[in-house]
Design a protein around this ligand. Structure first.
Ligand code: SAM
Length: 231
């Protein structure tokens, strides 16, 4: 068996979970690692800057997002190989979960660099744990494709999957998603986990049709995790 825990000369790549809405949701270990790392690699340096300022952490920041990750990864790997410890953070929650992270984790593992998760907030886990839906088997779907035809095809393909389905969706496409679900799973119980950890957090449950009525009458806003109960 190959030991992938990392070689001792290089630094460590830490994947640090950050709050998904409530500034208090950060672990003591995350704060220590952010404070001790040589550099913080952030999806949005402005947003991470606010978090760091709140916790009085001063560190150099490097921007790392969907549009520059391919270009930036080699230089970050060089720093790690040179012995620097690097903390990777995304805009919210766990890096690598529907956020940048996979590319640099794979590159680091390829070089034998140690990779450590610093667990904490993650919207999918928070939503699932309090949804009241089955948790012993669930499937994380993440975001559906943007184009209508591909979305419907993907939703159709999910119909036969057992366990709870967990999806992420942009606030701008929630109504569209509920309409699509009303066609594909009209009988299923859906839970909308809205604004998790924030002031207006709520869990709304019903069939897609019932939730569409609520959504349209109340003009519900915010970030959502969408959960679909098993057949
Ligand atoms: N890496 C993040 C995590 O660990 O959960 C997910 C990032 S993904 C780009 C953003 C999506 O996560 C949003 O569109 C929404 O579906 C979900 N999300 C993030 N924060 C949320 C919150 N506070 N309440 C509800 N959903 C949230």
């Amino acid at each position: 068996m190959k030991d992938v825990s990392g070689n001792s000369n290089s630094g460590t790549l830490y994947l640090v979970a950050t709050p998904i809405g409530n500034m208090e949701d950060i672990t003591l270990r995350a704060l220590r690692v952010l404070g001790e790392s040589d550099v913080i690699v952030a999806e949005d340096t402005r947003r991470t800057g606010i978090l760091l300022k709140h916790y009085e952490i001063k560190k150099p920041l490097i921007s790392y997002h969907g549009f520059n990750e391919a270009r930036r990864t080699p230089a970050i790997i060089e720093r790690l190989l040179g012995g620097d410890d690097v903390a990777l953070v995304s805009d919210a929650g766990m890096p690598g979960i529907s956020d940048p992270g996979l590319r640099i984790v794979q590159a680091a593992r390829h070089e034998g660099i140690r990779v450590e998760p610093i667990p904490g907030p993650c919207a999918l886990v928070a939503a699932l744990s309090a949804s009241g839906l089955q948790t012993d088997e669930f499937h994380f779907i993440g975001f559906l494709p943007h184009k209508s035809g591909k979305r419907m095809k993907r939703l159709e393909s999910l119909k036969s999957i057992p366990g709870t389905l967990v999806l992420y969706e942009s606030p701008y496409r929630i109504e569209k998603l509920l309409r699509e679900m009303n066609e594909v799973f009209p009988e299923r119980r859906i839970v909308l986990a809205r604004e998790l950890t924030k002031k207006f957090e709520e869990f709304l449950a019903g069939t897609p049709g019932e939730l569409l009525d609520t959504y349209c009458s109340r003009k519900i806003k915010g970030e959502f995790v969408v959960l679909v109960s098993p057949m």
